[in-house]
Design a protein around this ligand. Structure first.
Ligand SMILES: Cc1ncc(COP(=O)(O)O)c(C=O)c1O
Length: 374
């Protein structure tokens, strides 16, 4: 129940025990086509260039920036947590002049801030994190996307934590480059980064004046393997692709709408219990993530002691706060297969017992009674 990786269903784990085929084997190649199709469904996109990059979510981030940025390009990056900071760092390593739009951690990036960031600049792209895993805030993207396109820029979105846990509508929202990770709401082991590029983004990448500085992540080369030519580029991590195939099959079997609702229900149940206990959520009201729940640490409580006891006594892992939120929040992940009513009840019972044991006067009975399904 930390910020990822989430629990992985047995059939996904078992899929990795299958014999390893060659990366150009016709059976593997037809599986690649199915993978691309399922990823398009999950991203809600018709983008041809949709596939899993070999590497974790950060590889997807590097893929987007390395392909779209040429040295000297201006880019606007929204920063409201760790992963916005990482985007700014990656973009600057690609040679971009980074214009930072910063919000206090726990709050969202607003359209007004993007307008201010765009003023006086001519950026190639604007990038934001949809679901900030380090704070638990979900930034609405539709209005921001419109502003970005009005300014003639590309819109890049990090959906590492949001994909398959809440709506991610790549085409309807006009997202030009999107990346995710396998280990959050897709409930697959870490190791691949699903990405998708719009035709506009692909054109920008193919008309570059300079070579993409990363050979490994160059979409113009990767397209020859993931497209129809099937030219060897690098040896695909075969077993991870099996795992993602099975994880996506499970996501679509459940149905995206049903999966989002399951995440919403578990979040609401946890929130009712936490508030009944007398504690509160840390992220901005109205923009709290369903899959990553940031709980404010009450005054006088050592958050690390509570976390350690949860792990040792109850076998439950949760996350700590990072950066300015270090020591101030706990991060409870309800992602993918982990997002169940049973897990919420187990967590609330253990968390309440341990908090009481550390001298807090929280009302555990009230929290447990609030832990009911709707
Ligand atoms: C929002 C967000 N972006 C990017 C990443 C980086 O992904 P990875 O750790 O898989 O490289 C993470 C990881 O937690 C994340 O939560």
């Amino acid at each position: 129940m930390g910020p990822g990786p989430s629990d992985v269903p047995a059939s996904v784990l078992l899929s990795m025990a299958r014999p390893v085929l060659g990366h150009l084997d016709p059976v593997f190649v037809s599986m690649m086509e199915e993978l691309k199709g399922m990823l398009r469904e999950v991203f809600h996109t018709a983008n041809e260039m949709t596939f899993p990059v070999s590497g974790t979510g950060s590889a997807g981030m590097e893929f987007c920036f390395a392909n779209l940025i040429e040295p000297g390009d201006e880019v606007v990056i929204g920063i409201n947590g760790v992963f916005g900071m990482r985007m700014a760092e990656v973009a600057s390593r690609c040679g971009a002049k980074v214009i930072k739009v910063e919000s206090p951690w726990g709050t969202i990036i607003t359209p007004q801030q993007i307008v201010a960031g765009l003023e006086g600049h001519n950026p190639k792209l604007v990038a934001i994190v949809h679901a900030e895993t380090s704070t638990g805030a979900l930034t609405p993207v539709e209005e921001i996307s419109r502003l970005v396109h009005d300014a003639g820029a590309l819109f890049v979105l990090d959906t590492v934590t949001s994909l398959a846990g809440c709506p991610v509508l790549v085409d309807a929202w006009g997202v030009d480059a999107v990346y995710s990770g396998t280990q959050k709401c897709l409930s697959c082991p870490p190791g691949l980064s699903p990405v998708s590029l719009s035709a506009r983004a692909l054109e920008v990448a193919s008309r570059r004046k300079t070579k993409v500085q990363s050979w490994y992540l160059d979409v113009n080369l990767l397209a020859a393997y993931w497209g129809q030519d099937r030219v060897y580029h690098h040896t695909a991590p075969i077993s991870m692709n099996y795992a993602l195939h099975e994880a996506l099959r499970l996501v679509l079997e459940e149905g995206l709408e049903a999966r989002w609702q399951r995440h919403a229900k578990s979040h609401r149940m946890l929130k009712r219990a936490i508030e009944a206990m007398g504690l509160s959520f840390a992220a901005q009201t109205g923009h709290q993530l369903w899959q990553l729940n940031a709980i404010s640490v009450p005054l006088g409580i050592d958050e690390a002691v509570v976390r350690r006891r949860l792990l040792v006594e109850d076998g439950i892992e949760i996350g700590a706060g990072l950066g300015p939120l270090k020591g101030k929040i706990w991060r409870v992940g309800l992602m993918g297969a982990t997002s169940t009513e049973e897990n919420v009840r187990r967590f609330v019972a253990a968390f309440g017992r341990i908090l009481k044991g550390t001298g807090s006067d929280c009302d555990v009975e009230a929290a447990l009674s609030a832990c009911t399904s709707e």
